[in-house]
Write a protein that binds this ligand. Sequence first.
Ligand code: SF4
Ligand code: SF4
Length: 437
Amino acid sequence: MFKRFFKGGVAVPYEKNTANCETIKMDVPKKVIIPMLQHIGAPCKPCVAKGDVVKVGQVIGDSDEFISAPVHSSVSGTVTSVEPLLYPGGVFVNSVVIETDGKQEIFEKIAPPRISNTKDFIKAIRESGLVGLGGAGFPAHVKLSVPPGKKIDTLIINAAECEPYITSDYREIIENSWNVIGGINTVMEFLNIEKVIIGIEDNKPEAIHEMTKVADTSDRISVMKLKSRYPQGAEKMLIYATTGRKVPPGKLPADVGVIVMNVNSVSFVAEYAKTGMPLIKKRVTIDGGAVNKPCNVEVPIGTSLKDVFDFCGGFKETPKKVLMGGPMMGIAQFSLETSVVKHTNALLAFTEEESNLPPEGPCIRCGRCVRACPMNLLPLKLSKSSLRENIEELNKYHVNDCIECGSCSYVCPSKIHLVQSIRLGKAQIRAAMKGGK
Ligand code: SF4
Ligand code: SF4
């Protein structure tokens, strides 16, 4: 029996076709495009220029802002341009383009960080360039900087991986469980955290078995089996399922005494502590009916989507839709020239048949969207307020509490694009705030 479970959510099909695909390492591409914004927060300023020779792990962009993370070169080679280029989200972002030399020479200054206290630890995490690897891309040093007066007693490791298709977190547990434990121990030590709960959905029994085996070495680390229901991996849902604590609207996990880290992020902490090599590569799940060989592949950050798909055997047929991320929260890509960024965990290419969405119909007031919403919102009202550009109503119905999980759109029998219009509503609020309305 499960102790706690959130209201709403949806049962999504189990499409983890790549669960048994051991991670393969991609060859270094001829060129990488590394965007200066790969996280939530301020973009980095490039610190290299056209003609510069760079090495693996070298900083190529940084920022003075707190909510930001430095960007490093994933390859050795020569910078051929620094210019605004298309970013996975469909906008243009200043990017460093590097022609690789194939030598993969390591930057001379790469060395394990010296960490003896919390301050050193936070500094090292910032220098590593780590951002939340589960898909959100929040700078890790910000998340791990506990605000004064707050006490964190529990570290929650998010290994729920509730999106269909994606198996990147699962593979980390199967392939690197000791690194996961190593990273957990480092975070516990330097943030003085008493206990750790690793949350894994019950549809991944092998991951639960593997993690339980290694977690048994410590009485402060436990594995919790979670009910498989989307969006179990959303931060607020996970905190409730594992601790019973509810994060109030507008508050952060630290306000209820917890920090949540993705399983790949915590494993990276162990790797970084050992080697000092910053975040320059990413495991990406490749799947969807249009791809030849679904797989898990380790990719240098900045590799174009086209090069990744080509490495994975190319397409069976021209994909109708390519997503970065899962089918519930992923972002559709207009071009295969965009590149893999730090928080890319999947690239899915779907056939025409898989992508066909029936046209929107009228709302039949069935209430399914309301029942599916894990945040207790009124999705239809939010969507309507957004389409009317009614800022007052959007605020009244708490649009900013929406976690954009897509559960409402998923269950709507009339196929109304609820989450898209809700996202638009959030953008309207941001614009109104900037305009001082
Ligand atoms: S309104 Fe937001 S939080 Fe609620 S189901 Fe829709 S997308 Fe998810
Ligand atoms: S699920 Fe769709 S049809 Fe049903 S109430 Fe919500 S918007 Fe209307």
